[in-house]
Ligand binder design. Structure first.
Ligand code: ADP
Ligand code: MG
Length: 697
């Protein structure tokens, strides 16, 4: 553990150690997430005011800040306690009012004595045709004029905290800044013209021009970098720590892989090959793999997973593939078991449905090493599920699992290599901040066999035409998905809508040709319908969004999405990814119900324009903000105070790189000057938890 160096003490004491902050203000500061002096430092001003020295306010625009010399003409107390206390003043040309609410008469008489001159400053307003300033920021003697800042920062506020309190508190923290060793690489610092940490804080808290508010202002940028760097350093430490844990080398022979590849009726894409190569290299290393395989829908992640599992088996071990739903488990088993059979690899499934003797039998086979690849839902990680020699765990469609489960997984197998697969094409900036502790493999390319999906936007007034088209398609042996709208958050309502559509389509298209799946069905029934659909007995599959993730039926080449304007962009993209998998032309019909909101319209037209998941994700992000995209509650996304990861992606990448470089040089952050300095940064940024990890290994 690291104890905090003394030099940082003053910044971590209670707020009440600052001049002018008592227990009551201390409490209110919590509304701004300010607990310690150091938090004040990282609460940057959000805007500014500019004050102009004028001779008179005559004809001066309202809403502007002025500094003006006035004579005090008259005090005019309010008639009731509620009404304003007026002081009438006169500048070179005109008279106007100063207004005070809840004012103490004695005090006002003292600071604004009738007949004398004062300098005042504040925001000019017009009320009922009269010019006025409510609660001037400054009322001072002529001789003190220099005190007034013509440029001043404005801070975010909360109940009970005024600009004055913020300014005063900041002034007092800025006096406490210690001289710290630089943690930023010198050449990087120079190339970006970044000031020292101390100076940077002073420059942003005491701005002299609007440039200090621009994202690229060197002082501001430096502080953003510090924040990103501290975060990346923590993730890099977590990653290093992961790798230090138990090392097992898993070296395949290549035999199983070679045989399986000849069984496939396609060649791997370049991306698939290089992904497999990266994974193999990780497996061969005496560290624990912790890798994220990111690939858009339909990029062919399953084959990559399977070949990786084969490597574990070639090395004499076992593997597990976890999927979020039973439908997906079933589908993986159906696809992979025949391949396994051909090369003598035993593929078995385990879900919540396995009970009693059956389950016991499977568990025993697993313990004895007679099952090579286990495919299942989260049931595979329950206690009692033990492997003879588990070497590789793969989690498919990870976004359904959430961050916590990912961490829990690390605890299951002692030295198990972990590969997480996600189809959510999150922008790289988010990937780095969310999964920065993992190594990233990108499956860029899609199989060449994939055909573009023709996307059309159609009013639901024409739903009968769409049904007629479906009928035609069925006659040509084409299959289709029909996705029903998301109504409220209620499963039950979703299900009712789907059920009604199912009945209507059954009447239109023919009994037996239409199937229905929804979240309320038993998993047996769901499987049954899915099987019939994938074998082509059922031609049209009506569903709620349960098919969103992962389902793969190449012969289905039409997808109709009802009330598409209600779905999120990312979700629509995932849904559309269900088609375009086979050889034939595919289409996606987005049915909308007028009137559509502006954003809804934008989402639909973006979808028509592009199939690039990454582009769609970027736009989605811009439209909704990061929290929304991943689900604020479980996103696990860090909150940054200064940095803006959506606009400072480059900076994030730099921070990412330097964090890793530093840890390679100085894995304990004790060996180098930069390492020790970085410790201070982590402490300043409240990333102490990183040290726990450092001290584990
Ligand atoms: P996802 O990445 O969405 O999980 P899948 O692994 O389900 O994608 O693959 C989508 C479809 O593409 C499957 O039918 C699969 O068999 C097929 N596929 C995978 N790789 C290739 C390839 N290299 N060439 C042609 N088809 C492929
Ligand atoms: Mg998949």
């Amino acid at each position: 553990m690291t104890s905090r160096p003394e030099i940082l003490f003053p910044l971590h004491r209670s707020l009440t150690t600052l001049e002018g902050i008592g227990p009551s203000i201390e409490k209110k500061m919590k509304g701004l997430l300010i607990d310690k002096p150091v938090d004040l430092l990282f609460t940057l001003p959000i805007s500014f005011i500019q004050r102009k020295l004028v001779d008179t306010v005559f004809m001066y625009p309202s809403g502007k800040y002025v500094i003006v010399e006035v004579s005090i003409l008259k005090h005019q107390p309010g008639r009731t306690k509620q009404s304003a206390y007026k002081v009438i003043v006169q500048d070179k040309e005109v008279s106007f009012n100063l207004l005070f609410f809840h004012a103490r008469k004695d005090y006002l008489k003292k600071i604004l004595p009738t007949g004398e001159k004062r300098i005042i400053s504040g925001k000019l307003e017009v009320f009922d045709g009269f010019q006025q300033i409510v609660h001037p920021d400054y009322i001072i003697q002529i001789s003190e004029k220099a005190q007034i800042k013509s440029f001043q920062a404005i801070y975010p506020l909360t109940a009970g905290i005024t600009q004055k309190i913020m300014r005063r508190s900041l002034n007092s923290v800025l006096q406490l800044l210690p001289d710290l060793e630089e943690w930023i690489d010198p050449s990087l610092k120079e190339s970006r013209s970044w000031p020292d940490w101390n100076l940077a804080l002073k420059l942003v808290h005491d701005p002299t021009s609007h440039e200090a508010f621009e994202i690229g202002f060197p002082a501001r940028e430096r502080l953003s970098y510090d924040e990103l760097y501290a975060h990346q350093l923590t993730l890099a430490i977590a990653r290093l720590n992961n790798r230090k844990k138990a090392g097992r080398q898993t070296l395949g022979t290549g035999d199983l892989e070679a045989s399986v590849l000849t069984e496939l009726d396609f060649d791997l894409t370049k991306s698939q090959k290089s992904s497999i190569e990266e994974i193999k290299q990780d497996l061969a290393k005496p560290f624990r793999m912790n890798r994220l395989l990111q690939g858009d829908v339909g990029s062919g992640k399953t084959v990559v997973a399977f070949v990786s599992l084969l490597v574990a088996i070639e090395a004499g071990g076992q593997g597990v593939l976890m999927a979020p739903t039973e439908i997906l488990v079933q589908q993986h088993v159906e696809n992979l078991r025949p391949l396994g059979d051909k090369v003598g690899v035993v593929v078995e499934s385990l879900t919540g449905r396995d009970k009693g003797k059956e389950r016991e039998k499977k568990l025993k086979a697993l313990r004895d090493g007679n099952i090579h690849i286990l495919i299942g839902t989260h049931a595979v990680f329950q206690s009692g599920v033990n492997f003879l020699d588990l070497r590789l765990a793969i989690i498919d469609e990870q976004h359904r699992f959430g961050v916590r489960q990912r961490l829990a997984l690390g605890e299951k197998g002692q030295s198990v290599d972990v590969l997480v697969m996600t189809a959510t094409p999150i922008p790289r900036s988010l990937a780095l901040s969310q999964y920065g502790e993992m190594d990233l493999t990108l499956l860029k390319e899609k199989p060449a066999s994939r055909k573009p999906v023709k996307t059309v936007i159609v009013s639901d007034a024409r739903i009968h035409e769409v049904a007629a088209k479906l009928k035609e398609a069925i006659n040509r042996d084409i299959q289709a998905y029909w996705v029903c709208p998301l109504i409220e958050e209620s499963e039950l309502l979703d299900y009712t809508a789907a059920e009604e559509r199912f009945k209507a389509l059954r009447t239109d298209l023919g009994e037996g040709l239409v199937g229905l799946v929804h979240g309320q069905m038993s998993s047996e029934d769901k499987d049954d319908v899915m099987k019939k659909f994938s074998h082509g007995e059922i031609k049209v599959l009506v569903s709620t969004t349960v098919i969103e993730v992962g389902v793969d039926v190449p012969k289905a080449s039409i997808i109709v999405i009802e009330r598409a304007e209600k779905f999120g962009l990312a979700q629509l993209h995932q849904l559309r990814g269900r088609v375009g998998r086979g050889g034939s032309e595919s289409s996606c019909i987005l049915l909308y119900k007028a009137p559509v909101s502006e954003n809804g319209e934008k989402r639909l037209s973006i979808l028509r324009e592009t199939e690039d998941g990454f582009r769609i994700a970027e736009i989605d992000l811009q439209m909704r903000g990061a929290g929304d995209m991943i689900g604020t509650a479980q996103s696990g996304l860090p909150r940054f105070r200064i940095a803006d990861i959506y606009n400072q992606e480059k900076l994030l990448n730099i921070a990412h790189k330097y964090a890793r470089v530093l840890l390679e040089k100085d894995p304990t952050l004790r060996l180098t000057k930069e390492g020790n300095a970085s410790r201070n940064l982590l402490l300043l940024m409240g990333q102490e938890q990183a040290f726990r990890l450092l001290s584990v290994g």
